[in-house]
Design a protein around this ligand. Sequence first.
Ligand code: TXA
Ligand code: MG
Length: 331
Amino acid sequence: MPTGTDDILRAVERLRGGGVVAFPTETVYGLGADAFNERAVARVFALKGRPGNNPLIVHVTGPEMASRVVAPGAFNEDAMRLSRALWPGPLSIVLPKAAGVSDIVTGGGPNVAVRCPDHPVTLALLLALGGPLVGPSANVSGHISPTTAEHVREAFDEGDVLVLEGGACRGGIESTVVSLVGSEARVLRPGLIGAAEIGSILGRRVEVGPVGAADGSGPLASPGLLARHYAPRTRTRLLGRAELERELREEPWRSSAVLTLSALDAGAAVGPAVHALMMPVEDVEYAGVLYAALRQADALGVERILIERPERTSELWAAVLDRLMRASAED
Ligand code: TXA
Ligand code: MG
């Protein structure tokens, strides 16, 4: 059933009562709570099993609502430029937080990430609520992000989380997180929007990478970037094509799901134990189906998942590789 006004009103009621509502976006589904209700925000951390030092993105309808969560005047000319060009869209902007934003939201830090999601259901929800929503990806911490409402229902009880249906997410991987704190612009988490595009809108250089100055005085890293993340339950490895084919040739009996960019040739000795999942060769399409493919591979109940490593030939491929490396990192 498509989401209607009744569903939105029920969700608003749930949020006003301090409850949690999962909402669709153009990237992945988010686990939403009233950003100004500390207990509701704490509930989001508890449901996800998320470490308290990993801050949440605050979802807004635009610059006006964003100005209510950032420090007075912090939504500056650069933030205006980016929001005008890219909102609603997959860009989260980190700025000094307003005093009224709880430390729980920011993981104890002085800054807050704001983003305006590009999805009619969630824009309607934010408008009806009349205020901002925290929204981490609606998965248990460390697991694969959800790109359908069904994925969210698999992870959480209906009693705990009301899920708003919004179809399959188009983008597939999470928003780019860019910090405008201090004098530099820095991409903290690569995503659907590249640093080059941000730089051309701002007309200045954009740094890339989570680490600040070597003495640690730079902007906050995105703590979520440091851990094993986006990970299937099945042991997952990222391999070059030649290495992948060698593995399959040497141990053809080992039950494996293989995410490849082109068909495995007979020389790779693909036996009945091997389930090949062909991935798209274009970065946009690959990103769009990545999490669904990882879930599909995980559901096969195989011993291992092998992923053919794509070439880093675009910023979006780099963002995809970032997710693949975390999905295949050791515990
Ligand atoms: O596309 C998305 O961004 C999705 C949808 C639901 O909007 N949300 C999402 O949230 O991916 P989450 O919590 O799974 O990832 C948020 C990332 C983390 O890496 C976190 O560390 C970083 O953003 N982050 C959030 N607030 C920050 C802050 N104040 N300073 C630095 N990094 C921040
Ligand atoms: Mg997440």
